[in-house]
Design a protein around this ligand. Structure first.
Ligand code: NAD
Ligand SMILES: O=C(O)C1=N[C@H](C(=O)O)CCC1
Length: 266
């Protein structure tokens, strides 16, 4: 299976090159970067700190996508929407790790998934996807007597908040409680806020240093508190998850899939 890497020079792009090179079931067919990037023309192996691979980074996304069976895409929302459009033209599967989409972009991607297989997840690690399932179960079991707060910390370069993972966890908690997250989420608190509203799902965002990704879901009740935590120490977990998702799309009908589908977690 031929996989192309979009955003090859990024923190995740380099990890994706490494993960594909290490997997005997797949090959890299190409890689892209944004026009004007100093990475254009560089060998992708050298870019990822490996031996040269004889493939240069390109700015021609359409050609790279058309030559691949699947693309792995950890870039920015505007680029991911455009890559989905191009992937639908060539029948290429699209693995989207990018986070920070607005509602219009989410809708555009869902529409494109009627034509190709798209796997989209704010976090592609096994551990976080298990945490998502646990969060839904615990939220359902504890009910409204326990207040839910989601705390995340990432490196200083992260550009979106709350993290895609925190939003997945919020959606899971809301699903467990059979409520709509949009109607109960509290993204910021500042000043004289008054007491907490029953049923709120709160988010707290921390940024600093080189933290790869920490997430804790807190269930705070009367006299007791339950905390579920995942800590990522290595971006390789996300990259290997994305490669697994790309392989999984082979033979799958069009649709918008989650990592839980790939991993068989319900
Ligand atoms: N789902 C997951 O498991 C997971 C894990 C880690 C990061 N992420 C997400 O992945 C995204 C990227 O994270 P990062 O830390 O690698 O960021 P980064 O800024 O290091 O990398 C993004 C890369 O995309 C490139 N890019 C932007 N527009 C492009 C275009 N039109 N064509 C080609 N390349 C383009 C940038 O030049 C950059 O090199 C973020 O949204 C992040 O939240 C998701
Ligand atoms: O480094 C990032 O950026 C990460 N983004 C994802 C998110 O928004 O949850 C996953 C963790 C790392």
């Amino acid at each position: 299976m031929k996989i192309a890497v979009m955003g090859a020079a990024g923190r995740m792009g380099r990890q994706l090159i490494t993960a594909i090179a290490a997997d005997p079931h797949v090959t890299i067919s190409g890689a892209t970067e944004t026009a004007g990037s100093p990475a254009i023309g560089r060998d992708i192996g050298e870019l990822a700190g490996l031996e040269p691979m004889g493939i240069a980074v390109s700015s021609d996304a359409a050609a790279v996508i058309a030559a691949a069976d699947a693309i792995v895409d950890f870039t920015v929302p505007k680029a991911s929407v455009e890559f989905a459009r191009l992937a639908a033209q060539s029948g290429t599967a699209h693995i989207i790790g990018t986070t920070g989409f607005d509602k219009a972009s989410e809708t555009a991607i869902a529409e494109t998934a009627t034509r190709i297989a798209i796997v989209k997840a704010g976090n592609m690690s096994l551990g976080v996807n298990l945490l998502v399932a646990l969060t839904r179960q615990v939220a359902a079991a504890l009910g409204n007597d326990f207040d839910i707060e989601i705390v995340e910390m990432h490196h200083r370069m992260k550009i979106d908040a709350p993290s895609g993972t925190a939003l997945m966890l919020g959606e899971a908690a809301a699903k467990g409680r059979k409520i709509a997250l949009d109607e109960h989420s509290v993204r910021t608190r500042d000043g004289h806020t008054g007491p907490r509203h029953a049923g709120d799902i709160g988010f707290a965002t921390l940024r600093g240093g080189t933290v790869v990704g920490d997430h804790t879901v807190i269930f705070a009740g009367e006299g007791e508190r339950l905390e579920l935590t995942h800590r990522a120490a290595d971006r390789g977990i996300f990259a290997r998850g994305a490669v697994k998702a790309a392989i999984w799309t082979q033979g799958k009908p069009p649709g918008l899939y989650a990592m839980s589908d790939v991993l068989g977690i319900s």
